[in-house]
Design a protein around this ligand. Structure first.
Ligand SMILES: [Ca+2]
Length: 111
């Protein structure tokens, strides 16, 4: 994620609908409504660890990148089993997972 997100929604009314098996919606006659007068949301990108060696846009992108010199916040834990990608540019592993990524510290390699 690059940049920041700042969003504001005003005067939003959600209506009660029925959802069929194909996910088409039909408003419910005299159904419930929910009104939001105003809501704001703000998000900023995650801070890239100084030791990160893989492309910056692979950190916190939804895939667990391993061997990148620092833990990826996408990884469930530090084990090799949580890795999705082990051979990004900059990774210490040149091959697909598990490659040479350390089995208990997936930020680094065994060799
Ligand atoms: Ca990632």
């Amino acid at each position: 994620m690059n940049g920041t997100l700042n969003a504001t929604v005003t005067d939003l009314t959600l209506i009660e609908v029925e959802v069929d098996p194909d996910f088409y919606t039909t408003p419910v006659a005299n159904g419930e409504c929910f009104h939001i007068a105003s809501i704001t949301a703000a998000a900023t990108p995650p801070v890239l660890p100084g030791a990160w060696l893989c492309p910056a846009d692979t950190y916190a992108d939804g895939d667990c990148n391993c061997g990148c010199g620092a833990p990826d916040s996408d990884c469930i834990d530090a084990s090799i089993d949580s890795c999705d990608i082990c051979n990004d540019m900059g990774s210490c592993s040149a091959t697909d997972c598990p490659g040479t990524v350390n089995v208990t510290d997936n930020a680094v390699c065994t060799m």
